[in-house]
Design a protein around this ligand. Structure first.
Ligand code: SF4
Length: 340
């Protein structure tokens, strides 16, 4: 079976998100600005990580791409179609091209269904592989791809017989059985122990290399993003505040928020509630987005620079970073690496 795309084969992006906005009605007539104008592309065989604290909008972006939440405005282009506007049969067909892996490998698998029943389901839903033999072959291939071997034995097992890492491999096999060009992975390793985490990240990168699969990889942890992703987009209160090659963003962060994220490690207890507790000020709320730069109430640089007016009144847009890394952009009036 051939891959849907291989590195260098396709030229355009696999996914192109433009000016995505997702607003919800909040309590007391407030508007929750969960996603507030986000744009990014994902190239074939590229892993783009969306990184940020709980409530920054990263999971809402993932669910919008899957059309599991309705975008308020903006476009989500994939395969020449705007997913934000598709309905019915065309949306169902488009969904074949994008599969999702969820955070919880315990909750995402049905305890009463065998591994075979779970992995074969997408084939049945989309009417692919009409004969039982073909389906059995596709399921075994997908299990082998996810390093669940021997596939025949694993296919007959049930979730309670598997470790957390094996369950997540079943979820990956279930996503890969359709050979989608793009996989959306929402915190896929955050509930796994450290050794299982490394194995799942290696598997995802291996599938990218072998099949040309692209990923939209959602994580709260910049260190995990650095390990797995080609590029990183850092989100704060529904906006991308920094984007660039992973090495550039991690080695030379240009946004004060990115630097704060780097100062806490993945295993730091302070991250247990998924907030960057090293920052001053209240936890951010998408129903109370501050004016000007939305990060200014918590920004160490704003304080260090004597609270410049520009930060309070003017909303910074993404511009090339002073570090001049390729495609490295930052939304800050006084980015790091630039005087003063
Ligand atoms: Fe901080 Fe000002 Fe930059 Fe916002 S614009 S991140 S408040 S320095």
């Amino acid at each position: 079976m051939s891959a849907p795309s291989s590195p260098g084969e396709a030229t355009g992006p696999v996914l192109s998100v433009r000016d995505l906005v997702v607003h919800f009605a909040g309590r007391r007539k407030t508007t929750v600005r969960a996603v507030d104008g986000v744009s990014f592309d994902i190239a074939p065989a590229e892993i783009l990580a969306l990184v940020g604290e709980s409530g920054c909008g990263k999971s809402t972006i993932a669910l919008s791409v899957m059309r599991l939440v309705e975008p308020t405005s903006g476009t989500i282009l994939s395969g020449g179609e705007d997913l934000a506007r598709l309905k019915g049969q065309r949306l169902r067909r488009a969904r074949r091209r994008i599969q999702m892996i969820f955070q919880d490998p315990f909750g995402s698998l049905n305890a009463r269904r065998s591994v075979y029943d779970t992995v074969v389901e997408p084939l049945l839903i989309h009417g692919i592989a009409p004969t039982k033999e073909e389906r059995r072959e596709r399921v075994n291939e997908a299990l082998a791809l996810a390093h669940l071997t021997p596939p025949e034995r694993l296919a007959a097992s049930y979730p309670h017989e598997l470790s957390g890492g094996q369950r997540q491999r079943v979820a990956i096999a279930s996503a890969m059985v359709l050979r989608p060009p793009l996989v959306v992975a929402d915190e896929p390793v955050s509930m796994l122990d450290v050794s299982a985490r490394a194995g799942i990240l290696r598997l995802m990168m291996d599938l990218r290399d072998r099949l040309g699969t692209s990923y939209l990889f959602i994580t709260h942890d910049l260190a995990t993003a650095w390990v797995v992703a080609d590029r990183i987009a850092v989100l704060y209160l529904g906006r991308v505040v920094e984007i660039g090659r992973s090495t550039d963003v991690v080695a030379a962060p240009a946004h004060p928020y990115t630097r704060a994220l780097l100062e806490v490690s993945a295993d730091d207890e302070r991250l247990s509630d998924r907030r960057v507790a090293v920052l001053p000020g209240e936890a951010p709320s998408a129903s109370k987005v501050p004016p000007g730069c939305r990060f200014h109430p918590r920004c160490p640089r704003y304080a260090a620079l004597g609270e410049p007016e520009a930060c309070r009144v003017s909303d910074p847009t993404l511009s090339p970073s002073p570090t001049a890394g390729e495609g490295h952009a930052v939304a800050c009036h006084f980015p790091l690496g630039e005087n003063p």
